[in-house]
Unconditional design. Sequence first.
Length: 465
Amino acid sequence: MTYECNKEEFLRDFTKEILKSSAALFIGSGLSRPAGYVGWKDILKEAAGDIGLDVEKESDLISLAEYYVNSKGRTKIDTTISEFFSKDFLPTENHILLASLPITSYWTTNYDQLLEKTFKQENLVYSVLTDDESYKKFIDRRGILLHKLHGDVDRPQETVITKKDYEEFPIKHEIILAKLKGEMCAKSFFFLGYSLSDTNIMHILSQIRLFYKDNPPKKHYCVMEYPKKTKSNYKYMMRKQQHHIEDLKSYGIHSILVNDFNEITDMLSDIRKRISAKNVFISGAFEEDANGYCAKYARTISEWLIQNDFKIFTGYGKNVGVEVVAGAFEGCKSFHDSVKKFNESVYLFPFPYNKTMDGEKRRKLYTHLRKNAILNTFITIVINGTKQEENNIINSPGVLEEIKISLEQGNIVIPLAITGGAASIVWDEMKDLDVDYVKTSEFQALKYGKSFEEVFESVKKLAMG
């Protein structure tokens, strides 16, 4: 009998939980190591030698840390934590993918600040809690809430590493652990890079299991590697792993087995695609529209998107923005014979115009706003993209930047070249890309379509995949 969770089942079910705002992440050191950070053995290697022990021969590292502190105090361990985890490593692709998911509850036992760096890099609002004392200074910024259960590199003397630290942990973290317990009952957790050996976390899961009589209210997930077939004890490790998987399932944790942990990147990419597959960013602006096609495309496409359960994100470009709103409003009114809420279907990111703002500051602000607007989308539709500069009509640098961000993010970009402007320039740049959707007749029709209807039908087919 096997107890592991099918990968497709996980991708489907966890995506549903994210879309219901019922998902959380628990991040362990395994997610930080590919970035360059070390593990516990590296932290304690020198300390172990100082008290006549060999870290490679020790399996109980918590006790090893306690032995050192009992003998020589804590200063060296704190200094080592500060040195090791203050190194300026960059977030990995997995960190960036996680940040692109609409999940606001993060829990970790890591000391490093890779998650914080990722949130800053991706322009996300976040707050940090480390223990019950940190609630006194807590400001709810209505963004991501990162719970660092074992402390932070900025305060190494407060990190949890020794046996005494673990004994005092439930006392110093009583409130935050109560919150974790509540979230584990209300949200589905995905454990990444975490061994599930922490006694405090397993105690919470045990309490939940006992209270709900072996029927936990939420499914949680973790990732495990299959034992390597090249190992001499392969069969034994397979049997042991099955017992471990069965035991975790009794706590509500379902294991996804992979051949290599590198598969996690593809899993996160798949989740992001599933979540944002029906999120469309509409880019564009226009000054002149002699035949009315730019306005008609913007309005008609927007209405169709809403009627087909897409969500629209837009920077409200000149003339395009008003048509997107008008079309989306009509789509909401006719959605399955009922009125759909406009503010649940359309997300506007208008750009503030401040004549007094320094040009470089304004450029950085606009780039920040564009990245935020595009972050949770999977499709970008481009209509015209021109602006007036003095007495000339030029291709809009802002629209070109939005397309660049979209392509770098991996969005499907649908430039309506037939409307001219930046859309036509980008179509020409994309036409030779070795990408499946670019090779289709629908993509060709974006420039060479013989009628409004032919181009519109091509946009629909490209958007539906």
